[in-house]
Design a protein around this ligand. Structure first.
Ligand code: FAD
Length: 410
């Protein structure tokens, strides 16, 4: 049964976030867009707003208080993530951007005390950034059991060789969590491990930032091709146990998906607001605004319904994860991925269409969001893979119900 979250504990937080996003971040966006989404251009202003966020105790809302965060529950952070998603600058400003969130949670849950002091502490305080390197150019990222990059243990260190790409935010990161084979002979899901690699290591080579739809981006808003060339790291840099790479990734799956989806819902809401504003203000005839056209009205209605449906589905998923665990939420965790990614693409497309030529210009944030977020249907597992996984799960359940009935057990 659908459980709507109790917003009372975060109501004030949501209002404070709304004020900062609208009053401080929206005005920074034109400069950011003018520079082609170049993060460096607005860095100093963003760091100043980050200081204000910390002062107001709004920093790292998802993370435990012990490490300087707000200690919100998954459902509460989902609501916050939606609010922050209204600006592409939101999550970074509040210390909860991907992939740092996932990396922090991994080190928090599986790291040694030394790893926590060296990597987690400065990351949680926003002093450094990190990246996550799993996907390889020459192997299907949709099936990570195909990984080839290999870490050979030589005495007290690993020597890593491999070729990764789409390592988001590698430029300017201090360390990378790399998913690397450590035992090629082991069971297929026990071959890979996660290894902490300092980015200043001479064997960690950023070959280039890959242009995405014509834009190369920079720092946090970039995606790098990375070569690991005889990259030596001490064995103490292993995160969790050897061969536990997939196990660790699995632990992060549900919460990570909820974070992504609520951010997308925030982005879709922003696009929707811009679409409505344009529909009201654009005159298509002296006595008629765009919003008076029934076709545009149906787009507005459809987009609103899609956003609301996605939102309820994600909140329900967060509720199930929190109260019954990830296993129970398995079907929902797949479902929200493709539902929300498609919804986002649909809303962005309609919002652009309603803006006409302005929609594809960089005079609004829409074109930037469209360029960046087309990838939402590909990263975090392509939509098709999640659809197939969901359908298999449903059919398996049907089959097991059928055989239970046939055996007269129900
Ligand atoms: C903007 C962006 C940021 C990213 N950031 C990171 C990052 O920080 N770190 C990282 O490690 N990776 C990152 N990735 C990589 C991402 O995780 C992979 O692109 C994704 O897993 C898909 O892998 P692939 O590109 O190799 O596509 P492939 O595996 O080659 O798949 C191509 C297409 O084939 C179809 N397909 C594949 N398998 C199946 C199947 N079993 N059934 C049906 N259809 C299928 C899907 O339509 C899919 O889109 C990022 C990607 C993008 C675009």
């Amino acid at each position: 049964m659908l459980q709507l979250p109790d917003q009372s504990r975060v109501q004030k937080t949501l209002e404070s976030i709304k004020n900062i996003v609208e009053q401080k971040l929206f005005p920074l966006e034109p400069e950011f867009l003018k520079a082609g989404g170049c993060f460096k251009k607005i860095g100093p202003e963003l760091y100043e707003i980050r200081r204000q966020v910390k002062k107001e105790n709004l920093w790292a809302p998802f993370f435990s208080k012990e490490w300087g965060g707000m200690g919100l529950s998954l459902t509460e952070f989902a609501l916050v993530s939606e609010g922050l998603g209204r600006s592409p600058l939101g999550h970074f400003t509040f210390g909860c951007q991907a992939p740092d969130v996932g990396n922090m949670e991994l080190i928090h849950q599986f790291g040694t005390e030394q790893q926590k002091q060296t990597y987690l502490l400065p990351l949680a305080q926003g002093e450094i950034r990190s990246c996550f390197a799993m996907t390889e150019k020459d192997n299907s990222g949709a099936n990570p059991t195909q990984l080839q990059s290999y870490a050979e243990q030589k005495g007290d260190h690993f020597e890593i060789n491999g070729h990764k790409w789409f390592t988001s935010g590698a430029e300017g990161s201090s360390f990378c969590i790399a998913m690397i084979l450590t035992n090629k002979e082991a069971n297929i899901r026990e071959r890979a491990s996660m290894i902490l690699v300092p980015c200043e290591n001479p064997g960690f080579i950023i070959k280039r930032n890959i242009p995405v739809m014509g834009h190369v981006g920079s720092e946090m808003m970039s995606h790098a091709e990375v070569e690991f060339k005889n990259c030596k790291v001490p064995v103490e840099n292993l995160l969790g146990g050897q061969g536990q790479g997939f196990l660790l990734a699995q632990e992060r799956l549900g919460p990570g998906r909820v974070h992504h989806c609520m951010r997308w819902i925030g982005l879709a809401t922003r696009a929707f607001d811009l679409m409505c504003e344009r529909a009201v203000n654009r005159q298509i005839k002296p006595d008629q605004s765009l919003g008076q056209n029934p076709l545009i009205q149906t787009w507005i209605a459809e987009c609103k319904a899609e956003i609301e449906a996605s939102r309820l589905m994600v909140l329900q998923t967060a509720h199930i994860i929190e109260n019954h665990g990830q296993k129970e939420a398995k079907a929902y965790i797949s479902m929200i991925k493709f539902k929300c990614a498609q919804m986002l693409q649909q809303v962005l497309d309609k919002a652009i269409q309603v803006h006409g030529a302005m929609g594809v210009s960089d005079d609004t944030v829409l074109a930037y969001l469209y360029r960046e977020e087309r990838a939402s249907r590909i990263y975090d597992g392509p939509d098709e893979v999640h659809k197939i996984s969901l359908a298999k799960h449903i059919l398996r359940q049907r089959n097991s119900n059928k055989s239970t009935k046939e055996k007269g057990l129900s």
